[in-house]
Design a protein around this ligand. Structure first.
Ligand code: EAX
Length: 327
């Protein structure tokens, strides 16, 4: 028969029980929520899950963050407003809707302002990017880092599309951004601004013929089910600022603020790596799902969209455009 456990093994068992209880029940000093609009399988979510783990580790459990995908905490404009009101702690959004809060972000929305991922990172991670991100502080928002959505491509339900002239009359959903809309208006397309959460249904019901997003968004939101043609135009580069409510931020001690900033930087590099890998892998996966994937002459598209620069040169500043434009 089994003998009674020794005093030593009982003490070891008791110690491990106390330890596990202390870790699992240790109440965090700060419980924060971060929201975004993309799918649970998108690098936004995967990067945020990494971020949440890093924050927990770096603050020894004092700060815990939960990530909410698929517009559970609102669409991008609503979440940015929530930061200003202090009703939402954090959000990860594309730069496009931010131009409605700080017009300095408009420069990032110009078509083909960036040519390469490396060039985009060098600018947004450098002094210009910081200067623009810091304009949000006056609006009640703190910017931690630029994550990545990526280069955006046009998809549609009608035809394989190679030339910008073929966009004429195409009803295309755009983000709520006047340069995005203006860039498609010069192609004589018919842009409709719409929150991301409404887009799949609008495509399914043919309310719009087309949309534009990076491949990771197109794939993880299953747009291949309702869009059979994608043209690799890469017309806009979408950086994704990671934002915190200033009202919430001011209540967090500096040592935890530093830990959160470090975690945002480390998770940024992880998230950017996932986007790049998906960009490389998804063309084949989309073809396998029956999507026509067309390479296009980007110079042709850039020339066709170029008039939007003249339209916004005065608002943005020629000097700012030249400072940001990747040579
Ligand atoms: O930031 O709305 C969009 O098309 C964006 O890609 C989305 O908001 C992710």
């Amino acid at each position: 028969m089994f003998g009674l456990p020794s005093k030593k093994s009982l003490a070891a068992l008791l110690g491990s029980v106390v330890l596990s209880l202390s870790v699992s029940t240790q109440a965090a000093e700060f419980n924060l929520k971060v929201g975004h609009v993309l799918a649970p399988t998108h690098p936004y979510q995967l990067g945020l899950e990494k971020f949440c783990k890093l924050v927990d580790e770096k603050t020894a459990g004092a700060v815990k963050v939960q990530a909410f995908h698929s517009s559970q905490l609102g669409n991008e404009r609503e979440m940015i407003e929530g930061l200003q009101l202090g009703t939402l702690d954090m959000t990860l959004v594309s730069t496009a809707p931010l131009s409605g809060f700080s017009s300095k972000f408009l420069v990032f929305d110009l078509p083909y302002i960036f040519k390469t991922r490396k060039g985009a990172h060098a600018t947004v991670d450098g002094p210009v990017g910081k200067e623009i991100l810091d304009t949000l502080e006056a609006k009640g928002i703190i910017g931690l880092a630029y994550w990545e959505n990526g280069f955006r491509h046009v998809s549609n339900s009608k035809q394989a599309l190679l030339n910008p002239a073929e966009m004429k009359g195409m009803k295309i959903r755009t983000m709520e951004n006047k340069i995005h809309m203006g860039s498609f208006k010069v192609l004589q397309a018919d842009p409709t601004p719409m929150a991301f959460g409404e887009l799949f249904t609008a495509l399914q019901q043919k309310v719009v013929d087309a949309q534009e997003n990076p491949l990771p968004v197109f794939f993880t939101s299953n747009f291949f089910e309702v869009q059979k043609h994608i043209s690799l135009s890469g017309h806009f580069y979408a950086a994704s600022p990671f934002l915190v409510s200033k009202a919430v931020w001011q209540g967090i001690p500096p040592k935890y603020q530093d830990a959160i900033r470090q975690a945002a930087m480390e998770a940024r590099d992880f998230e950017r790596g996932l986007i790049e890998k998906m960009d490389n892998d998804l063309v084949q996966e989309l073809k396998a799902k029956g999507v026509t994937v067309s390479e296009v002459d980007k110079n042709l598209w850039a020339q066709a969209m170029a008039p939007v620069y003249a339209e916004y040169e005065k608002t943005i500043g020629k000097d700012v455009i030249e400072k940001v434009r990747e040579k």
